[in-house]
Design a protein around this ligand. Structure first.
Ligand SMILES: [Zn+2]
Length: 354
């Protein structure tokens, strides 16, 4: 079967290479930003087989075999190129008929978008270490979010200016049209001038499974700023129904525990991770969808719904329970005391008596 370049790219992007290789019986251990294990292609006693999840690539320093997920299946399972693509599409739940003109943009455009978002995420997180970011740091301290957690989730602050992000990205040789496509800037209908979408907001980079920033959730810092949460728009690489906040950060433990805890907010995810529940994830500005459950099926046998302890949270849990019933997952609803959310519940847990 012939596949379009876009389709192959989409399949490769949806492939979690660490997961794929682990599923083939190779024990991988985290080593910095990559993973190490004993090479399945030559006999060795000390691990020289490296897997880089961000690049979706493996390489053996012993026998020099290297490649992406497709190449891995071709080598390991002795599949042809198209058989390997088909196999990976099946794993990722991507239907084969998508091949003619799938929903993805062309590669160079997507690459430019991801590059732009990566620069922006670095810019925002650096702002927390300069005087401009003092208020945001104070806010995080008040909420009891330790520095190790803001670093891990690369939280940042967007400048409280009309063109702060725009000017910075322009200095990085990123064009206005590229910025617009990521949703980081908008055009004023009145003046036709471009301006920053996110101004003076706490920025939560949303990462895909490989750890690439594909969009932002942005929380208002001033009560008069509405809405409280603003999210990046959908793009070919940021489809909200298919993205879970915290999945990348928790992947290692999710694989180990085969369990996911679904919560509602970014700060809930972070609080749970801080307390050792590194399998906590949240949808980004949407309710849970069938697509999210497909992701869950890939990584977990058990899911727990942990929503706010109020009537809205309880209703949401019940609605989602219906979505979960037909799915082959062991599912639980965990309810919190009235008025608590996972964040407050864990934050105050040592500070009061039950
Ligand atoms: Zn090797």
């Amino acid at each position: 079967m012939q596949f379009s370049k876009n389709f192959i790219r989409q399949v490769a992007d949806a492939t979690d290479i660490v997961d794929l290789i682990s599923d083939h019986g190779v024990t991988l251990k985290r080593a910095g930003s990559s993973y190490k294990g004993l090479c399945p292609f030559h006999s060795e006693k000390t691990p020289s087989f490296n897997v880089n999840p961000e690049r979706g690539f493996f390489h053996c320093f012993g026998c020099s075999v290297s490649g992406d997920g497709i190449k891995f299946l071709m080598q390991y399972d002795r599949l042809s190129f198209s058989e390997a693509v088909e196999e990976l599409a099946k794993r990722a739940g991507i239907p084969l008929e998508i091949q003619s003109g799938g929903p993805r943009s062309s590669n160079p455009e997507e690459d430019r978008g991801l590059h732009c978002l990566k620069e922006a995420a670095a810019f925002y997180s650096e702002k927390l270490s300069v005087p401009e970011g003092e208020n945001a740091v104070k806010y995080l301290q008040q909420r009891g979010v330790p520095e190790s957690m803001w670093k891990q989730f690369q939280i940042g602050i967007s400048p409280d200016e009309w063109q702060g992000t725009l000017n910075y990205l322009q200095k990085k040789n990123i064009s206005l049209s590229e910025m617009s496509k990521t949703g980081l800037i908008k055009v004023s209908e009145k003046s036709a001038r471009h301006y920053d979408t996110f101004r003076g907001r706490l920025m939560f980079p949303v990462k895909d499974v490989r750890g690439r920033c594909i969009g932002f959730g942005a929380r208002a810092m001033k009560p008069e700023d509405k809405p409280k949460y603003l999210n990046s728009p959908e793009t070919s690489y940021y489809r909200k129904s298919q993205v879970l906040y915290g999945l990348h950060e928790g992947l290692t433990s999710i694989r180990k525990k085969r369990r996911l805890i679904f919560v509602e907010g970014y700060l809930d995810v972070i609080r749970l991770h801080e307390n050792g529940f590194t399998e906590a994830v949240a949808p980004c500005g949407t309710a849970l969808t069938q697509e999210h459950l497909k992701i869950a099926l890939r990584y977990a046998d058990t899911v727990i719904l942990l929503f706010d302890g109020d009537s809205a949270g309880n209703n949401a849990a019940l609605r989602h329970a219906h979505l979960l019933l037909p799915v082959a997952l062991e599912s639980y609803i965990l309810t919190l005391p009235e008025g608590e959310d996972p964040d407050t519940f864990l934050f105050y847990k040592d500070k009061r008596k039950f």
